[in-house]
Design a protein around this ligand. Structure first.
Ligand code: ASP
Ligand code: MG
Length: 404
């Protein structure tokens, strides 16, 4: 018997009407199969829970994750009850009931194990099991959350554990686009893209899928489909690169305003300085993304610029200032008004001139590049935030990504 995992995001279960619509999709899909349906909380609920936590200024990690993951109990309860009314054999399950075992990194827990035998048992007795996304249980029996947007990761982890035939991620857009359609109306839906491309897109700002869910799908070679719960047309398939007939040189342009820039001037230009700075940041769990170093005119001192998540910029600055003696720099400067623009494509690996086109396009629009970083299939640049829209639009045009 076929087994399909379907995941519905917050907007797809945002009201009773919408949950009824999900029940319709589930009922239609069920036919000759067994289904595992993973749900997010109704849209806005997790934000509301976070507001409550902030309001009482709670630093209680156990309580916070319990509160944060509570919305998923409501959505799985509602859907399962509606399915039962339609005489579908369904059961609602929270993370701990399966169980989905995680580590103890509250708020960003990683899934360690999912009990396949227990899921098989449930599937013997029920046709649909409705699973709460975003939550698990740790070794102490406490509830943990997987990080915001984490129910995608629950869906992929469950699909991999039971070796599902398919994993469909239903959302409020009908697929992955060449860029954000809100910013560039000419953006086109992509039919198929490689795991690697999706991974780069997710981690550089495209908000369609939780980054860890893509990593997990890639590791397990599990094809994902991203599609809309409203239009019901086929969506975007995220597949192994061998399944791509043609590799696009550039398949998308993404942007992110989530990073801030820090510049240290007048540091000694000698071995070991970078190791000291970045060692310090790493030891304090501050993730560094882009790095640029240049030697100053005198050849004795250098400047280093790097980016960290917005949420870490104050910590990073404080840490470096506290260690001024060790690093020995003249001045420190931070900038939060920046944007990272990335172009991504598998075909880049075998094609030259992609970077040149990016830099020329930005230059033609008088946009100054503050930092650059690359991978085999991605080029990212840091620019002034106010140029985000024009940069994205002109690059989208330059690589001919728009609808014809
Ligand atoms: N409800 C959680 C959140 O809002 C998980 C998810 O939606 O994937 O982050
Ligand atoms: Mg989501």
């Amino acid at each position: 018997m076929k087994l399909v995992v379907m995941k519905f995001g917050g907007t797809s279960v945002g009201s009773i009407d919408k949950i009824n619509n999900v029940a319709n999709i589930v009922e239609k899909e069920l036919n000759d199969k067994k289904l595992i349906v993973v749900l997010s909380a109704m849209s806005g609920v997790t934000n509301k829970m976070q507001e409550y936590i902030d309001e009482i200024e709670s630093n209680e990690i156990i309580e916070n994750d319990l509160i944060l993951t509570s919305g998923e109990a409501v959505s799985v309860g509602l859907l399962s009850a509606i399915l039962k009314k339609r005489n579908i054999k369904s059961i609602p399950l929270l993370g701990w009931q399966i169980p989905i075992i995680t580590d103890s990194n509250y708020q960003k827990a990683k899934i360690l194990n999912i009990d396949k035998n227990r899921i098989d048992q449930f599937l013997k007795n029920y046709d649909v099991i409705v699973v709460a996304g975003f939550q698990g249980v740790n070794i102490d029996g406490n509830i943990t959350s997987l990080g915001r947007g984490g129910s995608d990761t629950t869906a992929v982890a469950v699909a991999a554990a039971v070796d599902a035939d398919r994993c469909d991620i239903y959302t409020d857009v009908d697929g992955v686009y060449t860029t954000d359609p809100n910013l560039e109306p000419k953006a086109k839906k992509i039919n198929k893209l490689a795991f690697e491309e999706m991974l780069e897109m997710s981690s550089t700002g495209a908000k369609v899928l939780h980054t860890r869910s893509v990593e997990l799908a890639m590791k397990n070679n599990l094809t994902l489909q991203v599609l809309s719960s409203i239009t019901k047309q086929s969506g975007t398939f995220v597949v192994d690169e061998n399944k791509l007939i043609e590799k696009e040189i550039v398949s998308g342009v993404s942007y992110s305003n989530n990073e801030s820039k820090l510049t240290l001037s007048g540091i000694a230009d000698k071995p070991g300085i970078s190791a000291t700075i970045f060692g310090l940041l790493a030891n304090n769990n501050i993730n560094v993304d882009m790095i640029v170093q240049n030697t100053s005119q005198d050849g004795i001192t250098a400047n280093i610029t790097f980016t960290v998540p917005n949420s870490e910029i104050h910590n990073a600055k404080k840490l470096i200032e506290e260690n001024k003696k060790l690093i020995d720099f003249k001045s420190i400067e931070t900038d939060t008004n920046i944007s990272k623009i990335s172009v991504i494509g598998m075909g880049m690996m075998s094609q030259s001139g992609v970077a040149k086109k990016m830099f020329t396009t930005l230059a033609d629009n008088s946009i100054n590049i503050l930092a650059i970083s690359t991978s085999e299939i991605k080029i990212s640049v840091l620019i002034d935030k106010k140029f985000t829209k024009i940069a994205v639009k002109s690059l989208h045009d330059a690589y001919n990504l728009g609808s014809k």
